[in-house]
Ligand binder design. Structure first.
Ligand SMILES: [Fe+2]
Length: 361
């Protein structure tokens, strides 16, 4: 049974990050199969030799092979804590993910939420801090395209735009000039990509927006990020509820040590989808299923209700119930989600991922 929620460190229990080492039985078989595919793919990339010792022309370009790998939450790290941004630097470094040696920007790594690379709140200017910039540039220079659905540990104001005008007009942003506030309302640039909409963090680091169906390497992929944070048992403080920083800090100091978060600084209401976003996703699926037999791949952060219950989390919310209801609307190939910090095959074609990186095509 899973016994922790979003508090892990991105490492296995033995302290060493491993893609295959801690999986359950059924998933291990799946992982073996995935590794066999990866091995076959590596041969294809290199081009195999025929009996004359000549290349059979099986070059990558001719085979047009693209790969989709999937992994779970990458926020936080063992070294720097839950809200550091170097989690994916550890997970996706070449030593831990050697397949990348034969990958290109036409290959994809999908992170199932809690990406964690966009986190800090700057009160004067909308910008990445030095640590974020370094980590995101590192990722941009990797030989693959990174896709992620958002989780509950993301700075949504910076990712997709701040919708809280009270917060924008509060003491928190009193030093921010109007043009920067407008940037904060917009988030990262939005564009159409492979049939849906993404936020462009870097040219090859893209956030998949909720409810979109993308066509990636010939596969239809439904994305729906988000989840409710559970480490807020002692409440959420909104800076806009306090007339000035001093009065806010007084209350914050009194409650410090509890499980509290601060809206716009360490918690964002957009972690949960709106009714409109859920309806948008449902209508997209219905329209797609009118002309297709199934959706090939689904990427979410949280899981459908029945899966959470199966995994030992009976507490379900409106997002879990929404995802559950989508299962009645469609057929699908494989559903990947994260959030629960474990690697498990759930029923036949649903996969909970954390540290493992699995190839799916
Ligand atoms: Fe999460």
């Amino acid at each position: 049974m899973v016994n922790s929620l979003c508090m892990g460190t991105g490492r296995c229990a033995d302290g060493a990050e491993s893609r295959w080492g801690i999986c359950s039985g059924p998933l291990f078989l799946f992982a073996e199969k995935a590794e066999a595919i990866a091995s076959d793919r590596r041969k294809g990339f290199r081009g195999e030799l025929n009996q004359d010792g000549k290349s059979n022309g099986n070059s990558r370009k001719q085979r047009q092979i693209m790969a989709i790998f999937v992994t779970g939450d990458t926020h936080g790290s063992h070294q720097l804590g839950l809200h550091s941004v170097d989690g994916f630097m550890h997970r996706l470094r070449t030593e831990a993910f050697p397949e990348q040696k034969e990958m290109s920007k036409e290959d994809f790594v999908v992170i199932c939420g809690d990406f964690g690379g966009v986190w800090s709140t700057n009160r004067k200017k909308v910008q990445e801090n030095a640590e974020e910039r370094h980590a995101l540039d590192w990722l941009e220079h990797k030989p693959f395209t990174t896709l992620f659905v958002p989780g509950n540990h993301e700075n949504y104001d910076r990712l997709t735009g701040c919708r809280d005008e009270r917060l924008l007009n509060s003491w928190l942003y009193e030093s921010m000039p109007p043009e920067e506030k407008e940037k904060l309302r917009q988030g990262y640039p939005r564009k159409e990509w492979h049939g849906g909409h993404v936020r462009v963090i870097r040219p090859s680091v893209l956030m998949l927006e909720r409810g979109e169906i993308f066509e990636i390497d010939g596969k239809s992929c439904f994305a729906f990020g988000g989840a409710r944070s559970h480490d807020i048992m002692d409440g959420i403080l909104n800076p806009a509820d306090y007339p000035d920083e001093q009065s806010f800090r007084k209350v914050y100091a009194q409650r410090r040590g509890g499980m509290i978060r601060v809206s716009g600084v360490s918690w964002w209401a957009q972690e949960m989808p709106t009714e409109e976003e859920m309806e948008y996703g449902r209508q997209n699926i219905r329209a797609f299923m009118e002309t297709h037999d199934r959706i090939d791949l689904i990427f979410t952060h949280d899981a459908p209700s029945s899966h959470r219950i199966y995994l030992g989390y009976p507490d379900t919310d409106e997002l879990n119930r929404y995802l559950e209801s989508l299962r009645d609307e469609m057929e699908y190939g494989k559903w990947f989600y994260g959030h629960l910090h474990d690697n498990r095959m759930v029923f036949e074609n649903n996969i909970l991922l954390y540290e493992q990186i699995i190839r799916v095509n």
